[in-house]
Design a protein around this ligand. Sequence first.
Ligand code: MTE
Ligand code: MO
Length: 253
Amino acid sequence: MTLLTRRGLIGSIGAGAGGLLLSGCDKIVAAPKVRDVIGLGEGLTMRAQRLVTDRTALAREFTASDMSPVFRTNGNTMPESDAYQAHMTDNFANWRLVIDGMVRRPAALSLAQIKAMPTRTQITRHDCVEGWSAIGKWTGLPLKLALDAVGVLPSARYIVFHCADDFDGDPYYESIDLIDAFHPQTILAWAMNDQPLSVRHGAPLRLRVERQLGYKQAKYVMRIEAVDSLQRIGAGKGGYWEDSADYQWYAGI
Ligand SMILES: Nc1nc2c(c(=O)[nH]1)N[C@H]1C(S)=C(S)[C@@H](COP(=O)(O)O)O[C@H]1N2
Ligand SMILES: [Mo]
């Protein structure tokens, strides 16, 4: 009896002893029939878990030698509004990033203030839904730090990015949930490939949310709003292209 291993015990009791085996956890694991059932449960839990943990996984980062010699532009490349044109003329000295909505301390940050905050640099691949990709280097303020500074209220569920440009009068905007908003690679980029962000690529500030497709990477961000619902923004689907061309709101890659 003293030499009886767990395996030996199971073997000697046989499959008919399932009910008996349920009295001890380690024994459940070893009982073939019971394990089948438990295994199924574990598989489901693992898949559910993966759906959650994958959202926080990092997008692949590249090295300087991988950087694309040419990084195309897409969509608007020059906001036409008088307000934006004025900001461009004075090199964004009077531009302010407004952060408001469901936050404790709404803020209006100058570009200088944003640049003085901690930065993150990442070389990532941008994938446009139209079928092109480019690898670029982005430097900016982790969105998490901006959100922590204003204090997102517990009732907020999404972060909306209001942009300076429009298509035929419909402003460009995008939105992400709080998982992506607090993701370490989600940054408000003010530099690209070691240069100040150009107007074509979204000056003075654009979103990089690296786990999603190109159209989520809002350029010309003027205002960041924390909301509990996307219904009242634009046509209610969470982004310009989501509203106008049925693009997926969650464009995970
Ligand atoms: N404000 C704004 N952001 C935008 C767009 C736009 O037209 N306006 N186009 C989107 C699309 S479809 C892509 S692929 C990328 C292109 O970024 P790039 O011009 O820096 O390459 O910006 C995205 N963000
Ligand atoms: Mo795109």
